[in-house]
Design a protein around this ligand. Structure first.
Ligand SMILES: [Zn+2]
Length: 181
């Protein structure tokens, strides 16, 4: 038996999103595709770019004021380059516990499916599920278009000045924040 995700701690913005009835999860803005299809694995890159350019959160689509957050593996954090758009820090935190692709260890099937489904990821971007996630909080961001595997162009988001890097790893199957040394 599967338990429904606990949505009582949702940040305000995500709480206003429509909920996917099958999964019981709020639907992130970037996971709604032009035909209205909802796919939790692949992102709508046009929508991602539009939200970022307008200063809106990729998950809840509300305005971001002050620092923004990026979510990805250590490689993305080191390079400061992301295929997923910036978001509120509290929305990123919610994604860490709710997003099925992130919350469960070894959910590799999701990233494989993403590769299959989404031929539009950027060249040089690894979609392998990282063993550790970094929530990068930074001042500002940029965006650019970069060549995609299918020959088109996809957005890439560039982290600004890094204020904090919060690390999360899987401990006994649960994603847990790793305390700063
Ligand atoms: Zn948000």
């Amino acid at each position: 038996m599967t338990t429904r995700p606990d949505l009582s701690q949702l940040p305000h913005g995500l709480g206003t999103r429509p909920v996917d009835l099958r999964r019981g999860l709020p639907i992130p803005a970037v996971n709604v595709h032009p035909d209205g299809e909802v796919d939790f694995i692949s992102i709508n890159s046009e929508k991602a770019m539009e939200l970022a350019v307008r200063g809106r959160c990729g998950l809840c689509a509300r305005q971001m004021t002050g620092p923004v957050a990026f979510l990805g593996g250590p490689t993305a954090a080191e390079a400061g380059l992301y295929s997923d758009p910036p978001m509120h820090e509290e929305c990123a935190e919610a994604a860490l516990t709710l997003c099925p692709h992130i919350a469960r260890p070894h959910a590799r099937r999701a990233s494989e499916r993403r590769l299959e489904h989404d031929a539009t990821h950027a060249v040089g971007f690894s979609e392998e599920k990282p063993s550790e996630w970094v929530l990068l909080v930074c001042n500002g961001y940029g965006s650019a278009l970069t060549p995609a595997v299918d020959g088109g162009l996809v957005p890439v988001f560039i982290a600004g000045e890094v204020l904090r890097a919060r690390r999360f790893g899987y401990q006994e199957g649960v994603l847990t924040e790793i305390a700063e040394k």
